[in-house]
Design a binder for this molecule. Structure first.
Ligand code: WT7
Length: 655
């Protein structure tokens, strides 16, 4: 892969300016090393100190880490707190009037809300939830557009100790149904519609449909935020408008004090096998991770205008929209729309209008904005920016350099942050006032994060060839379990060969400075536009179509999306005879996948064959499919292949 090649030979180094270093929360490499040394010397003492200094506790904890039932770790267990208290009440005395959220709608209308009002609205909503009998420990699915209300919904759940599970608005009713039933949710919070790129896209119909699919008896309430005032089907037996729910509710609500380990949320993500897994996060450890990374990696200052473009449907939108910025008492921008509407200058205009200081987005967005208007940032005043961030996939040096020069004016450090749904917060990322940065590497682990690279036997390797990325010691913000499936948690993340280390699922190598370079997933998980997709999930979606006998999914490098989804399909009937017929069936199947999972999982390319390349024992040879998808000559050993002729057929198949 040419990208990986150019990344591996990258040797440009950018040292933080003296001015940046001077004002940084962690100022200079020695300060970073001192924190690392503190963590090495007394690991639990280090995290205990941070948890005491960073979080506000109702009842202080006495024991930092309980590892007696590893890998089911418990942090700060006998402490009590409330996450919403830490995000809202904690700021009322000193900064009630400070703007918490600058919301810009799709059509450009801006709404600002300060901490006093946000607190009142969260309390009212929390009281509304209680009025419907929703209580501590109940699961609440949130299926909402980007809005102040989405944050209010999440914070409202946290306030009463209900466990939210946000489902990205781009997922289909089927995916929503799967998550509602797995979590046995008591309530669903949604909106009539979402506005994107000038269009009204109904959301509630997907909820209605999910609830008809069976097994959703646990859901007794559907709360509907009116965003678009479009026609909305109504089931008066359990539907209630958001505005009716909160009408007359008190604007104070005593937080439910919960134990540090009380689950704050479940967030579903794709694995290599089976259905999506419900990643369960804690209250205290999770919030500590979100806050400490705000301070270290985003070098958070009270004067910042912070903007993370991620949707709250992903972990990035949890840690760096719904929780981290609020816990710090910061001012953040939340955006409803898309980066290309009304034109590809939208992000840059918003940075200018709101005087954004810290901007955090994904490489896929950067690459598509380069393509749509590489010169556009120059038409805007981006001088407010002081720090840029990247997340979700490796950033190629070309995109990095453009981001650095054209957006950041060669002035702003870029923090390339490696982490996962499971880790809750940044794990490997620059502390921008400490380490020099290089395009394409996420640099070094955060203090207290014992990340390393090992071989199959679990032994550490330090060379250019790399191996599996693992984290040797438990850390506060990590996944606690997979909801309802502790065995899957144990087997998937702590396989025996790793001697108790957390196996991240990525491969990586280190360069001569010890910097980490992420090379890609080691499992059958694709990263399409920064979204994680399981190949198995897409394969089962295709196989459930009556036309399909068998399907195999592989990824192929894609200029904008990072990876594209390529499907190899065997139909039950004959292979399509004409290119027109092939394209027609491919379109039917693409729409089918969109309905089964969501538009993000649509195959970019479908090739039909009479069969798939298989070993004599019937195993699909995916490495051959990968080569065909990339258009590479097959130089690999095909001696174990049962049906060699199939390769040419698939190679020459219409796409
Ligand atoms: C996977 C996790 C972390 C929030 C968004 C994605 C890939 C993530 C980077 C990065 C290279 C990255 C990894 C990881 N990834 N950040 N900076 N450089 N790869 O969360 O959906 O849980 O996906 O995204 O492969 O395992 P996620």
């Amino acid at each position: 892969m040419s990208d990986i090649q150019s990344v591996m030979h990258e040797n440009r180094v950018f040292t933080p300016s003296a001015d940046f270093v001077k004002q940084a929360n962690v100022s200079g490499m020695e300060a970073y090393q001192a924190l690392c040394a503190e963590a090495s010397k007394d690991y639990t003492g280090f995290w205990g100190r941070l948890a005491r200094e960073t979080l506000q506790w109702k009842k202080p904890f006495t024991k930092t880490l309980d590892d007696s039932n590893a890998p089911f770790y418990k942090w700060f267990e006998d402490g009590e707190l409330n996450v919403s208290y830490n995000c809202l009440d904690a700021h009322l005395a000193a900064s009630a009037d400070k703007t918490a959220i600058i919301f810009e709608a799709d059509d450009g209308v801006v709404t600002k809300i300060n901490y006093r009002d946000l607190h009142a609205r969260v309390c009212q909503f929390a009281n509304g939830l209680k009025s419907r009998g929703i209580k501590k420990g109940d699961r609440v699915v949130i299926y909402m557009p980007m809005s102040i209300e989405a944050v209010v919904a999440m914070q409202g759940c946290a306030r009463i100790g209900a466990i939210h599970s946000v489902v990205f608005g781009g997922f289909s009713s089927k995916s929503l149904h799967e998550r509602i039933t797995d979590a046995k949710a008591s309530a669903v919070i949604t909106a009539d519609a979402q506005m994107r790129g000038g269009r009204t896209m109904p959301l509630k119909p997907a909820v209605d449909e999910a609830l008809t699919l069976g097994g959703c008896e646990s859901v007794h309430t559907v709360i509907v935020y009116q965003r678009a005032a479009c026609d909305t089907a109504w089931d008066a037996s359990n539907n209630i408008w958001w505005h009716d729910l909160v009408a007359g509710q008190e604007s104070v609500c005593e937080p439910e004090w919960v134990g540090a380990e009380h689950p704050l949320f479940i967030l579903y993500t794709s694995g290599s096998t089976g259905s999506p897994k419900g990643v369960q996060h804690s209250s205290a450890g999770y919030l500590l991770g979100a806050m400490i990374s705000m301070q270290w990696v985003f070098d958070y200052k009270a004067s910042d205008i912070f903007w993370c473009t991620a949707d709250v449907g992903w972990i990035t939108g949890h840690s760096y929209v719904a929780y981290g910025p609020l816990a710090m008492g910061g001012t953040q921008v939340i955006f409803e729309g898309v980066p290309t509407y009304p034109d590809a200058g939208r992000f840059w205009k918003m940075i200018q209008d709101h005087k954004v200081t810290t901007f955090y987005t994904a490489p896929t967005a950067i690459r598509s904005l380069i393509k749509l208007g590489g010169e556009l940032p120059k038409q805007y005043d981006l001088s407010s920016l002081r720090l840029l961030g990247s997340v979700g996939e490796p950033i190629n040096p070309e995109a990095w350099m453009w981001y650095y020069n054209t957006v950041g004016g060669a002035r702003c450090p870029i923090v390339d942050t490696w982490w996962q749904t499971e880790t809750g917060c940044h794990m490997i990322a620059p502390l921008p006032g400490a380490m020099p940065i290089k395009p394409g590497t996420c640099t070094l682990p955060l203090p207290g994060i014992m990340a390393t690279i090992v071989n199959e036997a679990g032994d550490e390797v330090f060379d250019q060839h790399g191996g599996f990325l693992v984290i040797k010691k438990p850390f506060p913000s990590q996944i606690r379990t997979i909801w309802g499936d502790p065995e899957r948690y144990k087997k998937g993340y702590f396989p025996e060969e790793m001697h108790g280390a957390y196996l991240a699922g990525d491969s990586a190598h280190r360069d001569e400075d010890g910097y980490f370079w992420i090379m890609g997933r080691i499992d059958d998980v694709l990263n399409v536009s920064g979204h994680r997709l399981g190949t198995m999930e897409i394969e089962s979606a295709l196989a459930s179509n009556p036309l399909v006998a068998e399907a195999a999914i592989v990824g192929r490098p894609h200029e904008i999306k990072g990876e594209a989804v390529v499907a190899f399909v065997v139909l039950k009937g004959a292979r399509p005879e004409t290119p027109e017929k092939a394209r027609e069936i491919a379109e039917i199947l693409r729409n089918w996948v969109a309905k089964e999972i969501g538009p993000i999982a649509k195959p970019d390319e479908i090739r039909f064959g009479e069969n798939l390349p298989k070993t004599r024992s019937g195993k699909i040879m995916r490495r051959l499919l990968r080569a065909i998808a990339k258009g590479e000559e097959i130089t690999q050993d095909v001696s174990t292949l049962e049906n060699p002729a199939i390769l040419d057929q698939l190679k020459n198949a219409v796409r």
